[in-house]
Design a protein. Sequence first.
Length: 178
Amino acid sequence: MKQDKRCSIWHLISGLIMLVLGIVIWANPAASLLGMAFYLGLMLFLLGCGYITFSLSEYSGWYMVIGLFDVFMGLIFMTNLSLTAETLPIFFALWILASGVIQIAGSFDAYKIGMPWGWSLASGIVGVILAYFILNSQQFGEWALVLTAGTYVVIYGLISISEYFYFRHYCQLAEQKV
């Protein structure tokens, strides 16, 4: 019987790699910020290339403009990594601030129609407060960004590892039934 693709050892290997990577991110905040800056620049560059390609197939000048802008910004981000790394916490804070304000507004809308709203309001307030601290302290912003990125990568790794063990058990049960 052919082995189920979900039973692959690659879940375990990728999970262990992600777990180690998350710890490396926490241990090297300056290098991690530079890596995030490069990654952001690369993503903008590739997104811009996608927009340009799409604009050529759809004959859209607007997508061409957006694509050229994204490619230009991506190149700037990738060639000025230290400046990009310094501004990342500001972008992160503005994103959190906007999300917090939207959550607060959404909680009032939920309250008006009788839906649960307390957690959304609390989450929005925490977001606004966090954004305030990040915008007032560059060092706190860098710490928050590295902590968030490292935590995400560690959790992703732990989930991949647990998927491996879950699917391994699932595949053993399937083999026993055959």
